[in-house]
Design a protein around this ligand. Sequence first.
Ligand SMILES: CC(C)(COP(=O)(O)OP(=O)(O)OC[C@H]1O[C@@H](n2cnc3c(N)ncnc32)[C@H](O)[C@@H]1OP(=O)(O)O)[C@@H](O)C(=O)NCCC(=O)NCCS
Length: 244
Amino acid sequence: MFKRLIEDIDAIRARDPAARSRLEVILAYPGLHAVRFHRLANWFWRHKLYLMGRWTSHWGRWFTGIEIHPGATIGRRLFIDHGMGIVIGETAEIGNDVTMYHGVTLGGTSPSENSDAQRNKKRHPTLQDGVIVGSGAQVLGPITVGADARVGANAVVTKDVPPGCTAIGIPARLVACKDPETQKAFMAYGTPGDLPDPVQRALDTMRQQVSALAARVEELEGELAKRDTTGRDTAERGRRTQDA
Ligand SMILES: CC(C)(COP(=O)(O)OP(=O)(O)OC[C@H]1O[C@@H](n2cnc3c(N)ncnc32)[C@H](O)[C@@H]1OP(=O)(O)O)[C@@H](O)C(=O)NCCC(=O)NCCS
């Protein structure tokens, strides 16, 4: 248990540039506290102590502002940054090394009927390993967000997101899909940390513009040469007609 706690703390330190020490993480990261509350609530839930599970989860919510249903399945090293306003539904499944920011909902799409059949149905999303969910995103329904995919801040996702893809907007649309292997390294806030040097970027843009201009000049020279040849041919034909 202690090993798992250290693992969670180190995962937070590795993923949050603002985390300076293990002690700071223990004292000031509600995401860490919420996951500890959930582990206990989930233990009660799995042992059919449903009310105890709900009550523990309620206290977790009261302390952290993060509401995780005790029935939710959560993998290792989940990092919830800031946390306030997060809701994770009963049948949600979260893989390992998932990161989510405040205001995220892993919810159902329509209110479930109060029947056992409805209750036992999967109603909430599955986030596979390494997924990053931006702040305020709503991921709704029994859909799957594939491994290492990213969900943009404030997106509303109601359809599967393939592994390694980025979904943004309302309703969410895919803007990029990368080889999951190249996207393995964690990026804080889901954005690449190794942003290119601005001078290098400006030089690259200038180089592209020069190449585009060179191509256009070549094209125009070709057109001029064609026109010259056509003009000479017409003049030649005109002279021959006059001579005849
Ligand atoms: C979605 C996200 C992961 C994409 O990051 P990225 O790969 O660096 O992508 P870019 O910033 O190059 O953006 C690509 C395009 O998507 C748009 N875009 C990015 N994030 C968006 C979002 N959340 N909603 C709508 N459009 C978004 C950009 O404007 C850009 O559009 P353009 O090509 O027309 O200019 C990132 O923008 C994001 O939302 N991360 C979550 C951040 C977060 O929750 N922070 C809270 C920290 S407390």
